[in-house]
Design a protein around this ligand. Structure first.
Ligand code: GUN
Length: 293
């Protein structure tokens, strides 16, 4: 069994990005600039955004954080999005989710210029991704593809089961794993209502678990030699931790790992790759790789 080290891979990619940025700047080019909008004081969002700012610094990106209280109106937030859309210095930006309930997340996402939508959440990017056109691919599925690629794990022609059908992981992951230019695999999507979930998993060469249920995937659901990618990050109470909790993946790691050829741990697997993929998308935005502005 080999552990897929997302933390190390993410560090390697950030170093590669930093090197490319310094080369661009040395040739007289522009340093990529990522802006982030953070509304309110949600603990998780604060941490994510802090880590995004730190990752920008590690990559040599210019970065701007725009903060608003959670009583901001939708109208004012949309004005801020419009300003960033027309600010030529900003290559890409994100609006950290979730937003307060009185604001329509979908409306805000659709207000972002898709050419600056480095989260890959705009329907134009989602649609282009699903038909294999150049676009920003959202961070979690992109990070999983990158781990499979860097560990040289064969996917072409393999049977891949995806657990979960969310818009941010399950659906895009299925689209990408089936496409010739990415996974080129035979893909089955299972979810909470799937009657044959266990049988499907037992036939799978690759299982991507993104169902949001701690330790859902058990050893008796996994074929010997399978590759298991764990996207789950549920906080479960743990009195032995200073914080009082630990992160639990969707995989019963202790019992599943011995059966696997490769497996991602939680934490330290898919998680560290996601912010790193936002950085790769920002670099692409700076280079106008997918869209000219
Ligand atoms: N909230 C949790 N994950 C994400 C993400 O990838 N992007 C944004 N904008 N908000 C998030």
């Amino acid at each position: 069994m080999l552990l897929i080290d997302g933390k190390q891979t993410a560090a390697t990619i950030k170093a590669e990005i930093k090197k490319e940025v310094e080369d661009i700047v040395a040739r007289g080019g522009k340093r990529p600039h990522l802006a982030a909008i953070l509304v309110g004081h949600d603990g998780g969002s604060e941490t994510y955004v802090r880590n995004k700012v730190l990752a920008c610094e590690a990559c040599g990106f210019q970065n701007t954080l725009l903060r608003f209280e959670d009583d901001i109106t939708e109208e004012v937030l949309l004005e801020c999005v419009a300003r960033l859309n027309s600010d030529d210095d900003v290559d890409g930006f994100i609006v950290q989710l979730p937003l307060p309930k009185h604001i329509s997340e979908q409306k805000v996402i659709e207000a972002i210029d898709y050419r600056k939508d480095v989260d890959g959440f705009h329907p134009i990017n989602v649609g282009r991704m699903s038909i294999g056109l150049p676009c920003y691919i959202s961070a979690t599925p992109k990070g999983i593809l990158e781990l499979l690629r860097r560990y040289e794990i064969p996917t072409s022609g393999k049977k891949c089961v995806i657990l979960g059908r969310s818009n941010i992981v399950g659906k895009p992951m299925a689209q990408l794993m089936m496409q010739k230019q990415y996974g080129d695999a035979t893909v089955t999507v299972c979810h909470s209502r799937s009657a044959t979930l266990k049988e499907e998993c037992l036939r799978a060469d690759i299982i991507i678990a993104a169902i949001g249920q701690p330790a859902f995937l058990k050893a008796d659901m996994v074929k010997e030699g399978a590759v298991v990618i764990d996207v789950g990050t549920t906080r479960v109470p743990d009195a032995t931790k200073k914080s009082g909790f630990r992160l639990q993946g969707d995989v019963d790691f202790e019992h599943v790992a011995p059966r696997c050829s490769y497996i991602t741990p939680v934490p330290g697997g898919v998680g560290p790759m996601t912010i790193c993929m936002l950085m790769l998308n920002t670099l692409a935005a700076g280079k106008q790789l997918y869209y000219k502005r």
